[in-house]
Ligand binder design. Structure first.
Ligand code: SF4
Ligand code: SF4
Length: 282
C-alpha cells in the first residue's frame, strides 16, 4: 500500500534523525513551513529536534540539491531529501565535479508530483540515486509531449521567432535568479558576474539581455535536467524552459535519445567531439 503524505513525512524525520545520529552528517536539507499554508521553504535541520520541523506535502517545491553547493568542501556530509528531480540534480553536480558522492547522504523519496506545473511532465518520479529510499518505486512514465511546445514554436518564421524572444528578453532584469536556482549553473564564479569589459554587460537592454539568455542557454544546453526551476523562479515570467527544451530537442534529433542527470550519465554530448558527429548544423 502506498504511503500517505503524513507517513512519508514521519519517515523523512526518522531517517533524518538517524543520519544526524551517526555523527557523520552535519545537516539534513529538506523543507519546512512558512507563515503561508501553501508555501514551504528549504530548511537545514542540524539537530534531531529540528528534524521534527521537516515537512512533506504538495507545496515542497524548491529543488534541494543545489544547496549542497553552499559548502563544496564540507568537513562532514550533507544529507539531502531527494525526489527524482533532486537526484538528477545531484547526478549533474557529481558529473560536473562540483560535489563528491562521499560527502552526501541521499534520502530518496518517491514523489507523485507537487503543486508545480512542471511535475505533470516528470519522467522520473523515483529517485535515481540514493542511500535510503522512502516509498515504493512507481512505474516510470514517458512524457510524449516533452517537445510539443518546441515543435509548435519551430513552425514560426525566423522573424517571428526573433520578435518573440526579443520581447521576452526585454523584460529580463538581470536578477540571475534563473542561474542561482539552476543545478546545471554551478560554476564557482559565473561569467555573468565578471566586471571586465567584453564580458556580460550590466546594462539591462535588449542586446545585453539576449547575450545573457543565449549564453546561459548554451552553457546548460546539454546539461539541463528539466527541473523547471529557472522558469519557476523568474520574477518576469520568461519562458526559459522553452529555450532549454529546444536545445535538448536538437540534441535528441542529432544524437539520439538523451536525458541528463541519469546515474550512468556519460560525458554531456556537447562536452565531447568525435569525427562521426553529425554536422548538418555546421
Ligand atoms: S530546467 Fe532550468 S533550472 Fe533546471 S537544470 Fe534546466 S536550465 Fe537549470
Ligand atoms: S530570472 Fe528572469 S529576470 Fe532574472 S535574470 Fe533570469 S531571465 Fe532575467
Amino acid at each position: 500500500m502506498a504511503l500517505s503524505e503524513k507517513d512519508i513525512e514521519l519517515k523523512i524525520r526518522e531517517e533524518a534523525k538517524k543520519a544526524l545520529a551517526t555523527g557523520e552528517v552535519s545537516c539534513v536539507i529538506g523543507w519546512t513551513t512558512t507563515r503561508f499554508p501553501d508555501k514551504m521553504k528549504p530548511f537545514f535541520a542540524e539537530t534531531e529536534a529540528e528534524c521534527d520541523e521537516l515537512v512533506w506535502n504538495k507545496y515542497c517545491i524548491n529543488g534541494t540539491a543545489k544547496y549542497a553547493l553552499d559548502d563544496r568542501y564540507p568537513s562532514k556530509k550533507f544529507a539531502i531529501i531527494a525526489r527524482g528531480c533532486d537526484s538528477r540534480a545531484i547526478n549533474r553536480m557529481l558529473k560536473d565535479k562540483q560535489l563528491l558522492r562521499e560527502n552526501l547522504y541521499i534520502i530518496g523519496v518517491v514523489c507523485d508530483g507537487k503543486e508545480n506545473p512542471i511535475c505533470e511532465e516528470c519522467q522520473h518520479k523515483n529517485p535515481l540515486t540514493y542511500d535510503v529510499l522512502i516509498g515504493e518505486p512507481v512505474p516510470e512514465q514517458i512524457d510524449e509531449k516533452r517537445f510539443a511546445e518546441v515543435e509548435a514554436f519551430e513552425k514560426l518564421s525566423p522573424d517571428e521567432k526573433y520578435e518573440y524572444w526579443a520581447k521576452q528578453y526585454d523584460k529580463c532584469i538581470h536578477c540571475y535568479a534563473c542561474r542561482n536556482a539552476c543545478p546545471a549553473c554551478n560554476c564557482v564564479e559565473c561569467y555573468a558576474d565578471q566586471y571586465r569589459t567584453g564580458w556580460q554587460g550590466k546594462a539591462s537592454d535588449r542586446i545585453q539581455n539576449q547575450v545573457y539568455g543565449l549564453t546561459r542557454a548554451f552553457h546548460v544546453g546539454d546539461r539541463c535536467i528539466e527541473c523547471g526551476e529557472c522558469e519557476r523562479v523568474c520574477p518576469m515570467g520568461l519562458p526559459i524552459m522553452r529555450q532549454t527544451r529546444k536545445m535538448l530537442k536538437d540534441i535528441n534529433d542529432l544524437f539520439g535519445d538523451y536525458e541528463c542527470g541519469m546515474p550512468d550519465d556519460a560525458m554531456p554530448v556537447l562536452g565531447g567531439y568525435t569525427l562521426a558527429d553529425p554536422d548538418e548544423f555546421m
